[in-house]
Design a protein around this ligand. Structure first.
Ligand code: EPU
Length: 428
């Protein structure tokens, strides 16, 4: 079994280049199916979800080629099927974007339910509501659903809750619909804007992406094009937090600082110093972390994805902190694992209550989702002794090359394998 081993190695020091956004890339690839010519994407990260996508692409006839220099070339001209194997769709979350894109292009899609990180409840009712508003019929079966429409028709759609996924999916479905679609209470996340930018380059007519009201005038044909995915704000935020956890100084390069506004403000609030440049940010750990209260919110609020790594930081704060997750109220699988390392932290309702300042000691812990995993890695950098983290595949889903990047900053992290005959973690 693979595991990540972390040992404390003092303060971090150095710079990392941030990869393209995972969550944006997953939308951009599905959006590329809508084009009628080839699409070249820069910045798609080397993550496991890409393997799932390549499997889906093979099945439906979407050409996909990754070149050595990191470019992803997609050829949607020969897509011959809009049926996606339920197992493959359920292997990651963002497979649901193929529903919007293939529905728009072919008028029918059969697809399995989305998988991905398990936060107990991750409904897709707003995606379904949007498809239905555009005139599609949605039929549910045990492990898949079918969305079909003879002709999608533009509509006014009001989202009952702000959702990045459903906003993007509605946009995908609407770009080739007949007439005007208006999305009200839309998500304003950078990933929405990035997807709209790609589609607009193909010739889609999308106005207002990045505001809570997006207007789409349907077009019958879309060109191909070239596009670079935005930098991953969640990876960038994690490295900035790491400077606070371990101390030292970490620069993230090739970022869009505006996408990290709430993270930067919160890190300053708890005592880090930050230098914000045009495309880079440097965080300086000052050695003192102040307790705080965090409530996650949709962008531009404090990202749910960063509350878990931030919790690792607040373990080092003097006093009591409270982290409340309003977006995914059950996103606390990291808490029992952090307790194994000695953290004084408990979950009540949708909040984690943290008494900082307790010394941490390495142990064997398990990552059950991507950000829980990185929170454990960060905690391991200051836990005395050796921390071993299983569930490596979760960490790899969101952090390409994390081991090399952390070690380049001076951390002591390695990917290891416990041999079957050595017993659990018998190997050194
Ligand atoms: N929601 C509904 N109904 C829906 C869709 C969403 O009630 O039909 C709710 C969710 O339960 C949640 C809120 O709306 O409370 C926001 O959900 P959203 O649709 O924005 O989330 P998502 O599409 O399921 C994406 C990212 C997550 C990230 C959230 C933050 C991808 C593949 N996933 O999930 O990323 O946490 O947005 O909004 O883009 C991660 O990268 O670690 C990760 C989990």
């Amino acid at each position: 079994m693979r595991y990540i081993q972390v040992q404390p190695a003092g303060a971090l020091r150095g710079a990392v280049t941030v990869p393209g956004s995972k969550n944006s890339s997953l939308a951009l690839i599905a959006a590329s199916c809508l084009a009628d010519d080839t699409v070249r994407l820069e910045g798609v990260p080397e993550i496991d979800d890409m393997r799932q996508i390549e499997g889906i692409a093979r099945d439906i006839g979407l050409g996909i080629r990754r070149s050595a220099d990191g470019e992803t070339v997609l050829d949607p001209r020969y897509i011959h099927s809009a049926t996606i194997d339920p197992g493959k769709a359920s292997a990651y979350r963002a497979s649901y974007y193929f529903a919007g894109a293939l529905l728009a292009k072919f008028g029918r899609v059969t697809i399995g339910f989305p998988g991905g990180d398990d936060f107990k409840s991750r409904p897709i009712d707003q995606h379904v509501k949007a498809f239905q508003a555009l005139g599609a019929k949605v039929t549910f079966y045990d492990d898949y659903y079918v969305v079909e429409a003879a002709q999608l028709q533009g509509a006014d759609i009001y989202f009952d809750t702000i959702t990045c996924g459903a906003t993007i999916n509605a946009m995908l479905a609407a770009v080739r619909a007949r007439g005007r679609t208006t999305l009200y209470n839309a998500a304003v996340d950078p990933e929405v804007v990035d997807t709209a930018a790609l589609l607009s380059q193909f010739g889609a007519r999308i106005y207002g992406a990045g505001t809570d009201c997006i207007r789409i005038e349907g077009v019958p044909y879309l060109n191909g094009g070239a596009h670079t995915a935005i930098p991953d704000r969640l990876v960038a935020g994690t490295f900035l937090i790491a400077a606070g956890v371990a101390g030292g100084q970490v620069t993230v390069k090739d970022v869009i600082p505006e996408h990290l506004g709430s993270c930067i403000a919160k890190l300053k609030e708890v005592g880090l110093e930050l230098d914000v440049g045009d495309q880079s940010i440097t965080a300086y750990g000052t050695g003192t972390i102040k307790a705080t209260r965090i409530r996650t919110a949709m962008y531009p609020g404090f990202a749910t994805d960063l509350q878990q790594p931030m919790t690792a930081l607040l373990l080092g704060a003097k006093g009591k902190s409270i982290v409340t997750d309003k977006i995914f109220p059950h996103r606390f699988a990291h808490v029992p694992q952090l307790r194994r390392l000695g953290a004084d932290i408990e979950v009540r309702g949708e909040s984690a209550f943290i008494r900082g300042g307790r010394p941490l000691a390495g142990d064997l812990v398990h990552a059950t989702d991507v950000r829980a995993g990185i929170a454990l890695v960060l905690a391991g950098t200051v836990a005395e002794g050796i921390t071993r983290i299983t569930g490596v595949e979760h960490v790899e889903r969101g952090y390409p090359d994390i081991i090399r990047s952390l070690n380049s900053l001076g951390a002591n992290v390695s990917l290891r394998e416990s041999g079957a005959d050595e017993g659990m973690f018998g190997a050194g």
